[in-house]
Design a protein around this ligand. Sequence first.
Ligand SMILES: Cc1cc2nc3c(=O)[nH]c(=O)nc-3n(C[C@H](O)[C@H](O)[C@H](O)COP(=O)(O)OP(=O)(O)OC[C@H]3O[C@@H](n4cnc5c(N)ncnc54)[C@H](O)[C@@H]3O)c2cc1C
Length: 450
Amino acid sequence: MHKKTITVAGGGPVGTLLAISLARHGYKVGLYEGRPDSRQTSIYQGRSINIALSDRGWTSLEKVGISADIKANAIPMYHRAIHDIDGEISKLSYGKEGDAIWSVSRGGINERLLDIADAEPNITTHFEQRLVNVDFNTASAVFQTAGEHEVTVDADYLFGADGANSKVRRLAHNLPRFSYSQTYMPQSYIELNIPANADGSHKLEKNALHIWPRKDFMLIALPNNDGTFTCTLFLNYSGDPSFEGLRERSDVEAFFESNFPDAMAYLDRPVDVFMEKTASPLFLVQVFPWSFNRKVALIGDAAHAIVPFYGQGMNCGFEDCAELHSLISQYEHDWDEIFPAYENARKPNGDAIAELSKRNFVEMSDLSGDPMFQLRKKIEAKFHAAHPDIWTPLYSMVTFSPEVPYSEALHVGDVQQHIMDQIMQLPEIESDWDEPCVMDQLYKLATARL
Ligand SMILES: Cc1cc2nc3c(=O)[nH]c(=O)nc-3n(C[C@H](O)[C@H](O)[C@H](O)COP(=O)(O)OP(=O)(O)OC[C@H]3O[C@@H](n4cnc5c(N)ncnc54)[C@H](O)[C@@H]3O)c2cc1C
């Protein structure tokens, strides 16, 4: 009945998951990726770059029955390991006992999804075919091949899953009533590496996300399966210190040695890498609508490029796919209903996680090293354990509670922050935090406000 055809432009993780989901709903899917197939041509230059996947990502993968497959290669990280300037390490749990975020290889998860897509009879994958034009009335698209030939592909519908710099989105700029904003963050980033020990083991604790919070900048490290860590240095683009300001080798050496003395023992040529690399900018993109003429839609980073400080970009994109997966069943393949329902459901959540991610830079780079912040988290965790029906900490709502939409997490989190500000003002809170009177006061405030 509905053997319609759908073009998915962009074979990144979101586009590939979407293709699998659509194929399993019975659509004929053409998945077009601009780059070569990474399973055959090395496009990652030997680098293993990883990201944190959490419950929203897993739940979304589960909807198409593939979470166990991906989890087999993921590393659970149960807490943050916070490295202070003197090399002291403190632990800050992510949630309750057993809660973890998972380090997965960005390329690895993409390749596994592509393998699953290849096994679907309804999907045809095309590499080195770059979308260059779309007809927003018909969903017909033009792709340019590696040999510079142009191929026109007709379909009933088209999804732009072509990432933060989406071509589909840029072409949509010419449509009437298209709202668009792009905001650069002060920070840029470079990736560094911590190699494995000679026996392949990790040089730092494996099951943790390591953070060196230094207020205006920070270094983080996520474990890989091969014993290495992928590290990211987030630093302002300009100012002092900054990528722009640190030009001389001696200044870069002094920057690393004074700010990350313990990490210097592990990092692979950080000064050389800093000098060689161009820092990548961080930016947010917000647009509306996400669908056009009931024919073409945006998904994943193409619809909502956010900053990486909550580790939610891919999780959010996977959740877009899960939402569509449900809506296709709910509206029985009626795309006149599905497109508006999809964008109305997801846009407020995309905006909310964009806001939460921006705010989380301060939490990671400044507050995570602050003892009062750690105490606040301890009080919240204790209250949550006693009253899970009244209070779930914001981080847990975002990361471990896929049933709570991002927009609700943002709203509830703001109320909780106000309440916790009052609790932290209580006299002697540092010594009395574990006393029943603190929990009683928190209970009173929470039940009145939440
Ligand atoms: C430093 C950093 C850290 C991050 N950490 C996390 C994290 O911890 N957790 C998390 O959930 N997210 C994280 N993210 C975000 C995550 O990487 C993205 O949200 C995710 O990759 C988005 O997937 P996507 O498929 O929408 O886009 P992409 O991964 O960008 O894939 C888009 C694909 O489209 C292809 N393409 C582009 N243009 C065209 C075209 N014209 N025609 C055809 N194909 C095209 C590209 O080659 C690419 O393969 C991080 C991002 C950064 C930058």
